[in-house]
Design a protein. Structure first.
Lengths: 190, 190
């Protein structure tokens, strides 16, 4: 049974542990063995030391996993959680299959225009530019091109709602679509 | 001569090309051969196709490099540029030495408290929590623990100003300190 590393910002949510356990149950329903970062009791007590401990633990969990599903829903801003993105890059370099999803239907440039620069982006010489002259990526992708590109180049998918409002953090439908895509991916290669 | 991959959000800056060329010159001064993502003329014309092209190009450049220096200065929010973070995770998994710097002196929790939640974070049962119940990382690190942890576990450093205001985007002093640290790293292992 393939082992899936569940990456995402859930660890920061108020109901994070419940949500992670729920996602693990769903992953098992799709035939996978889930692993995810955990809050354990035997962490070192120091702030810095516990950070290093969790980082090392997560890298070890990733190496033990066959593939990753990354929750790329924007977190505290217009892009995915950076911890999740680190893990996605890590698994790409290991050559493991990678899948991602976002509960937000919008492309990166739409979020930048509406949620960060608030309507002030304009096309200049074929590129989108903000008032400060900064360029805004416009590759019809969910997030930075390294994220979408890394996933798609490896035969994975970045799954999002077709349109409409951003789904709630505890809506697992995009996650389930990712699991279905992963199941198909492995079935085709079995 | 060791080849260094220069990762950072400079590609989005109005003066990005000049800044990248300047950083390449400085890297050469420290004895390294720099490589960085480039804007080329022969990109595919389609938005999505050019995104995939650059992603593939950058992954190839990273594989050709001996180590990475990542500009982790917060970009359009309270965390590092996600493209840069993907690349950092990628190089960590490849087992290459990794170095990072930020022009912002603050820990992640300070930025979350002041720039995102605007003073509304409080300690609850030993963890920092926002009004929505979300936990805010407090590991005395520059950003998410996967970033700092991945760098430090490999003998690299996350270099920041000691205190004071965030340095301007075109201030290269932290970048130079990173190059000096990398030079020492390779000298010790020569």
């Amino acid at each position: 049974m393939s082992k899936v590393y569940l990456a995402g910002p859930e660890v920061f949510f108020a109901n994070g542990n419940e949500l992670i356990e729920q996602k693990k149950d769903i992953a098992r329903h799709y035939g996978f063995t889930p692993v995810a970062s955990v809050e354990e009791d035997d962490f070192p007590s120091g702030k810095f030391e516990s950070g290093m401990f969790i980082s090392t633990l997560n890298e070890r969990l990733m190496k033990s996993a066959d593939f990753i599903i990354a929750n790329l829903t924007p977190f505290r801003g217009i892009s995915a959680d950076v911890g999740t993105v680190f893990e996605l890059g890590f698994m790409c370099a290991l050559g493991r299959p990678v899948f991602g999803y976002s509960n937000d239907p919008r492309d990166y440039d739409e979020r930048a225009a509406n949620d960060y620069y608030v309507g002030a982006i304009k096309p200049v010489d074929g590129l989108l530019r903000a008032p400060d002259g900064q360029m805004v990526e416009d590759h019809e992708m969910a997030d930075n091109l390294m994220i979408d590109g890394g996933i798609i180049a490896r035969g994975g998918q970045v799954i999002r709602p077709n349109a409409g409002a951003r789904l709630a953090n505890d809506d697992t439908s995009m996650f389930e679509s990712c699991l279905a895509a992963a199941r198909d991916y492995f079935a085709m290669r079995a």
